[in-house]
Design a protein around this ligand. Structure first.
Ligand code: HMN
Length: 289
């Protein structure tokens, strides 16, 4: 059965400090209402690359406590500061995370050897499994099939969170590595990834749209492609409306409409304007209510 993970958001107060109760409410909603298989903590959706090391640790801890074993957890520890990535990985493992994930080191156009060494160093001495976080559009790092093969030689590297619309590479990865886990990360293209044998999906919009995504996966498994298309079509209207309204703050605004106090996004992300609030209310009424 394919798994669905929500990419957990980090709730902030208006002054950009972490809002602990907001994170707890979103975790609970995912568990109690979405019956989600797992949470991806500290990724892009968590606005993690704007957090201090201490704040990233705080987010892992809150998510771990609130989940209380009721869903799988993956801690994204990647950082261009390798020392920070290692410290975060160690911390997550000490908390009890069984799986971590890491974006490749970015910004400086590192060589593949440097990228490989980064992963090996993060994993050295830790009893944990790792999922590569491949998101070329944001990280600027594209890994080839041959490079994935070299990274996968490390038995602790069990798969990839694939946020990339290169479906040829996705198909080649599935064919070459039937035993590695592949979690797809472009929610609006789930329909195209399902036939390529993904193990599941991890995404931001599942926080609010899990029921529709699960129904899409179930329809795919039942062979009902007409239904798969219809469900993806509604999901895409919802996702594109969120993107138009500024996705991360808007996901939180829609949560607020549902009575889940998800707080704010952190600057330089926008604080909601009256127009964004009105947009989110409309999205809620049209697609979620
Ligand atoms: C994470 O790292 O938190 C997310 O899982 C990333 C995830 O792949 C999302 N990508 C980005 O936010 C860049 C998607 O869920 C994305 O938000 C969605 O497909 C809408 O474009």
């Amino acid at each position: 059965m394919k798994k669905l993970y929500s990419a957990l958001m980090t709730a902030f107060n208006e002054d950009d400090t972490i809002n602990e109760s907001g994170i707890r409410e979103m975790v609970r909603y995912n568990i109690d209402h979405n019956h989600i298989d797992g949470l991806y903590v500290g990724g892009s959706t968590g606005e993690s690359f704007m957090l201090s090391t201490a704040e990233r640790k705080q987010a892992y801890k809150i998510a771990y406590d609130e989940t209380a074993g009721k869903a799988d957890l993956i801690a994204q520890v990647g950082s261009v500061n390798l020392k920070e990535a290692k410290e975060l990985a160690k911390y997550a493992v000490e908390l009890g995370y069984k799986t971590i994930s890491a974006v490749p080191p970015f910004y400086y156009h590192f060589t593949f050897e440097q990228i490989k060494d980064y992963y090996d160093q993060i994993l050295a001495g830790l009893d944990v499994q790792l999922i590569i976080y491949s998101i070329p559009a944001l990280s600027g790092v594209t890994l080839s099939l041959a490079e994935f093969a070299k990274l996968f030689e490390n038995p602790k590297i069990i798969g990839v969170k694939y946020t990339n619309n290169d479906f040829l590479l996705l198909q080649r990865l599935r064919s070459a590595f039937p035993d590695k886990k592949i979690y797809f990360g472009t929610d609006e293209m789930l329909i195209s990834a399902l036939p390529l044998g993904i193990d599941g999906a991890i995404g931001s919009t599942f926080n609010l749209n899990a029921a529709r995504a699960k129904a899409e996966i179930a329809s795919y498994e039942a062979g009902d492609m007409k239904k798969v298309f219809e469900l993806q079509d509604v999901s895409n209207k919802f996702i594109l409306a969120l993107i138009d309204n500024d996705i991360y703050p808007s996901l939180k605004l829609v949560f607020e409409e549902m009575g889940v106090h998800a707080g704010y996004s952190k600057a330089p992300m926008s604080k909601p304007t009256a127009e964004m609030r009105a947009g989110a209310k409309k999205i809620y009424e049209q697609y979620i209510k």
